[in-house]
Structure formats: C-alpha cells, structure tokens
Design a protein around this ligand. Sequence first.
Ligand SMILES: *[C@@H]1O[C@H](CO)[C@@H](O)[C@H](O)[C@H]1NC(C)=O
Ligand SMILES: *[C@@H]1O[C@H](CO)[C@@H](O)[C@H](O)[C@H]1NC(C)=O
Ligand SMILES: *[C@@H]1O[C@H](CO)[C@@H](O)[C@H](O)[C@H]1NC(C)=O
Ligand SMILES: *[C@@H]1O[C@H](CO)[C@@H](O)[C@H](O)[C@H]1NC(C)=O
Ligand SMILES: *[C@@H]1O[C@H](CO)[C@@H](O)[C@H](O)[C@H]1NC(C)=O
Ligand SMILES: *[C@@H]1O[C@H](CO)[C@@H](O)[C@H](O)[C@H]1NC(C)=O
Length: 265
Amino acid sequence: MEKKMTTPFLFILLHLLQFFAVRPDDSSCLPQKSLTCHNDFSHNITCIWKGSFDSDQRNNACLIYAERVDRWQKSYKFKYKHSYNASCELQSFDSARPALKKCSLTFNGTFLFFAWNEVLMNLSCSSSKQNETLFYKPVCHIKVNPPGKPNVNQTTVTWFTQVKMHMRITDFLSELQWKQKDKSWNDPTVVKKKCKWDCEAQLRPNLLMKDETYEARVRVQAFYHDQSGDWSEWSPTESWVSQVGSSKPASGKMFTNINEVDRFS
Ligand SMILES: *[C@@H]1O[C@H](CO)[C@@H](O)[C@H](O)[C@H]1NC(C)=O
Ligand SMILES: *[C@@H]1O[C@H](CO)[C@@H](O)[C@H](O)[C@H]1NC(C)=O
Ligand SMILES: *[C@@H]1O[C@H](CO)[C@@H](O)[C@H](O)[C@H]1NC(C)=O
Ligand SMILES: *[C@@H]1O[C@H](CO)[C@@H](O)[C@H](O)[C@H]1NC(C)=O
Ligand SMILES: *[C@@H]1O[C@H](CO)[C@@H](O)[C@H](O)[C@H]1NC(C)=O
Ligand SMILES: *[C@@H]1O[C@H](CO)[C@@H](O)[C@H](O)[C@H]1NC(C)=O
C-alpha cells in the first residue's frame, strides 16, 4: 500500500526537480564566437559576423533568420503567446575587411525581450554552403542605446540614462567625461555614478576656469538580472562656457597645473 503511494509521488517530484533544474542552466551565458550580437533589450539585435574568405563574394548574400524559441518552455509544451521573429541581410561595412559583415534584426514591437527569452538564429549564405545556428539569450548581451545629451548648470550635470525610459532596465552605471574644449578626449576628467533614469553629478569647481569652454559626454551600462551589459555608445557632446572657477590666466604666459590645483584644494 505504502509503495503504491510513493511511486506517483516520486514521479511528480522528479518532474518538478527537472523543471526547476532547467532554469539555473538557462541563466548561464556563453561567449560568442564568429557571430557576435548585442541588443537594446527591447526589439533590436545587431550582429557582426566574421565570415571566411569566400563569404565576401559580391553575389553571395548572407542572411540571418531569428525566432524566439525558449527551450525550457518548449520542452514542457508551454505555448508562449508572445513569439517574435525577424531576418536581415549581412552587409560589409569596413572596406579594409570585407569579410566582416553586419546587420540589425528588428522585431515588430518594443520591450519584447524578457530575462528568460532565447532566440534561435540561423545564418546562411546563398552561394557558399556556409551556415551557422546559435541559441542567443538577449539578457546576456545587452548594450543599451546611448543616453541623452547632458545638461550643465554651473557645476551640476544632469542627464537621462536613456532618452526614452526603458521599461525593463532600471539600474544603470553612468560614466561622465568632461574636458576643456581644445583638449582631446584622451585624458578627460571621469565621474562614475549609479543611477536609475535621471542622473546627476557635480563638477569640482576647483577644476574649472571661468570663461573657459568645456565639453561633457556620458555613456551607460545596464544592470539587469545579475548581468552587466556592455557600455553604450557616447551621448551627444554638450559644450558650455564656465561661469565658475578661477579666472583664466592672462595671455599664454601662465599655465595652471590642474593636478596641483586639485591637490591644494
Ligand atoms: C538597431 O541598433 C543599431 C545599433 O545600435 C542601430 O544602428 C539601428 O539604427 C537600430 N535599428 C532600429 C530600427 O532601431
Ligand atoms: C514570423 O512572424 C510572422 C508574424 O509576425 C508569422 O506570420 C510567421 O509565420 C513567422 N515565421 C515563422 C517561421 O515563425
Ligand atoms: C506588428 O505588430 C502590430 C501590433 O502588434 C501589428 O498590427 C502589425 O501587423 C505587425 N506587423 C508585422 C509586419 O507583423
Ligand atoms: C532557419 O530557420 C527558418 C525557420 O525555422 C527555416 O525556415 C530556415 O530553413 C532555416 N535556415 C537554415 C539555413 O537552417
Ligand atoms: C550546414 O552546414 C553543414 C556542414 O557545415 C551541412 O552539412 C548542411 O547541409 C548545411 N545546411 C544548409 C541548410 O546549408
Ligand atoms: C540652475 O541652477 C539654479 C540653482 O540650482 C537654478 O535656480 C536655476 O533655475 C538653474 N538653471 C537652469 C537653466 O536650469
């Protein structure tokens, strides 16, 4: 009697264990190889493919087809309502390296991706027999759009981490860089801030010179489900004339050593 009761119970338990065992596995992210794709964690996946020498022939069209196929859901015959698919044709973008090709898969809608989503991609070329198949987890390769242009008021810099608020991602790391307009971006002053949508940072007045022209730009990194995304591209650059700080040295005779000023402040 007792035995008869335990068998179905064990059976159910095993099934449950199997069900939960799939998810941690699912959250692991694998490195990408010849096809590398990043996405906005909304509806746009941009891929770069390092094809072989015979993939750069003009008449050899290479396409990527992508479709949502969450494997763990499919294996339990859970019919997901929100499927999506897209395709794009890879194009060379660097004349020095024609075998390097790029295109963007744009799905119909916005904020379609979820942390557990998986996309099956297959790449095939018309005249060569090359093809590649890959399971892609959008959550593993997030690179959000750049933030808006920062706004500067005296020593306060404000910006939005995304121009339009992201419906999924709420935590960002921002990097603010600023410098004198006539200097290069090689050695800017850097400020890092953790922010939600709106972000604010202070410039140190002792690093500023009155009537000098400065430039600032920001970029962001998304944090979502234990994953950190890649840095976004830079925002547009803001330029302003400082109304705070010490007076500019007259003519080119005197040079202010920024590091020295900083040390004695
Ligand atoms: C998709 O993303 C790429 C790279 O960020 C961008 O150049 C392209 O304009 C985007 N396309 C759409 C339709 O948003
Ligand atoms: C791709 O999506 C469209 C709807 O947007 C659908 O009609 C079509 O069947 C899908 N293709 C595949 C192969 O699932
Ligand atoms: C895109 O989605 C909208 C609304 O969900 C739908 O009305 C439209 O037909 C879709 N377009 C394509 C090309 O699938
Ligand atoms: C890619 O997937 C689509 C949809 O499943 C299929 O129609 C197509 O034949 C596949 N292409 C290759 C090269 O596997
Ligand atoms: C994909 O490539 C493999 C070998 O790499 C080949 O056997 C297979 O036929 C190819 N499939 C398609 C649809 O071209
Ligand atoms: C700049 O900041 C000051 C003080 O916080 C505020 O009164 C002023 O309205 C701000 N100016 C602009 C253009 O935002």
